[in-house]
Write a protein that binds this ligand. Structure first.
Ligand SMILES: Cc1cc2nc3c(=O)[nH]c(=O)nc-3n(C[C@H](O)[C@H](O)[C@H](O)COP(=O)(O)OP(=O)(O)OC[C@H]3O[C@@H](n4cnc5c(N)ncnc54)[C@H](O)[C@@H]3O)c2cc1C
Length: 396
């Protein structure tokens, strides 16, 4: 294989992780190629677009250096803003706390991030699929033809089914409990609380996860379910659960009466945490590809971008001989490893609770709003642990 092009760094995937990695690597002076198989960056969308405000993110990831692109988000990328997070227990009791947040138009946001990478000097190739990675050679096929590219470093930012993670042997995604399936509808004609993001718990609607309503402004919303297959009833699909939620849920369904579905969105959410290693040879992985996600709420936009920033910076330093590429692993774990790991632990504990609707309702009644906020962020404060232990959930 004779390569037709040469780069310092090849970034696979122009999602939040990849574009952020490309921007930081190019800003540091590296010669960067950013590749995505999508014909139109950001489309189709595979996200609800919920992103807490910068100050909330600083609290969520207190040790992380957040990328500048999280601080200044153009208003054209924001559908609307919300203020409240409301949890609805299986017995329909609500409980709420404040989380100032934006609801992003992910398609526009992803394009914005890719443009920032281009502005920094990265080259972007769309409609180009990476077929294989062999050492420093990457074979691609797409709008520019079929050819091979050589890169000193390859950053796999290619999402939850990452080719880079699989072919380098960094991730084995055979664990079904480590993957949630998410299915969403965008709706027009809803009658919802525009200030609140609502999360509904209950085995009939979202086993092993939750159902949600996220306002997109006016009478539009994104509703969805995140479920885990091993916890589902036999023969009941994600679509069945979403339809139950939309048409039968005693509290939610009336809000959707007469609404029309304007888009169907689906995807995989890697809730099993990060693998033991995220660097192998000249390949590093970040974002969903590396399990950079808060498992308790399925939010991965900010963690993907933090992972991308560290990947881009470390790769650029490595190609100029200022550090070893292997340092990437310790660097991202120092900034957000604890939060990601704890959220997986808390999610596993919550799995026990979610097997019983009455127990889940009791727990939600006993917890204060602030304690719920902590759980949702993937934390387990001591008083919450005690409450869960008192419910005999098996928590030690
Ligand atoms: C239905 C759903 C709803 C969600 N809602 C939220 C939410 O509200 N808030 C939140 O914070 N998180 C949410 N998430 C999670 C969030 O979307 C991800 O964590 C985030 O997109 C991760 O960014 P990423 O850049 O790592 O991966 P991605 O955004 O998946 O980007 C990966 C990119 O790689 C490209 N790619 C993949 N393979 C190849 C290949 N072989 N060659 C070339 N290109 C390739 C893809 O086309 C894609 O553009 C949701 C996820 C799902 C599935």
């Amino acid at each position: 294989m004779t390569p037709e092009r040469f780069y310092d760094i090849i970034v696979i995937g122009a999602g939040p992780a990849g574009s952020t990695a490309a921007m930081y690597a190019a800003n540091a002076g590296a010669n960067v190629l950013l590749i995505d198989k999508k014909k139109d960056i950001g489309s189709p969308i595979q996200c609800g677009g919920f992103l807490p405000h910068y100050e909330e993110l600083e609290e969520l990831l207190p040790s992380a250096q957040l990328p500048s692109t999280l601080e200044h988000i153009p208003s054209s990328c924001i559908h609307t803003s919300t203020r409240i997070h409301r949890f609805i227990a299986p017995n329909l009791e609500p409980k709420e706390f404040e989380v100032p947040a934006d609801v992003l138009d992910r398609s526009r946001f992803d394009k914005y991030l890719a443009r920032e990478a281009i502005k920094a000097g990265a080259e972007l190739m769309v409609a180009t699929r990476v077929d294989s990675i062999d050492g420093d050679m990457v074979s691609v096929r797409g709008v520019h033809g079929e050819f091979t590219i050589k890169g000193k470093v390859i950053i796999g930012a290619d999402g939850p089914t990452s080719l880079a993670a699989r072919t380098s042997g960094l991730i084995d995604r055979s664990d079904d409990m480590g993957r949630a399936v998410a299915l969403e509808y965008e709706l027009a004609g809803v009658d919802i609380d525009p200030e609140a993001v609502e999360m509904f718990f209950g085995r009939d609607y979202a086993p092993g996860g939750y159902a949600w309503i996220i306002s997109q402004g006016g009478d539009t919303a994104n509703i969805g379910v995140g479920i885990r297959q091993p916890l589902c009833e036999k023969g009941v699909s994600a679509q069945d659960y979403l339809h139950r939620f939309m048409y039968e849920h005693a509290r939610a369904a009336p809000m959707f009466k007469g609404a029309s579905i304007t888009a169907v969105i689906s995807g995989i959410v890697p809730v099993g945490g990060a693998p033991p290693q995220t660097v192998k040879g000249n390949v590093i992985i970040c974002g969903d590809a590396a399990g950079h996600l808060i498992a308790t709420n399925g939010g991965g936009i900010p963690t993907a971008m933090v992972g991308g920033k560290i990947a881009g910076e470390t790769a650029a330093e490595a190609v100029s001989g200022k550090c070893q590429l292997a340092e990437y692993d310790a660097r991202w774990r120092k900034q957000m490893g604890l939060e990601i790991k704890t959220s997986v632990y808390v999610k596993r504990l919550m799995d026990g609770l979610m097997r019983s609707d009455p127990m889940m309702s009791t727990a939600m009644k006993m917890l204060t709003p602030e304690q719920m906020k902590a759980l949702q962020r993937g934390r387990l404060p001591e008083p919450v642990k005690k409450i869960l232990q008192s419910l005999n959930t098996g928590i030690k």
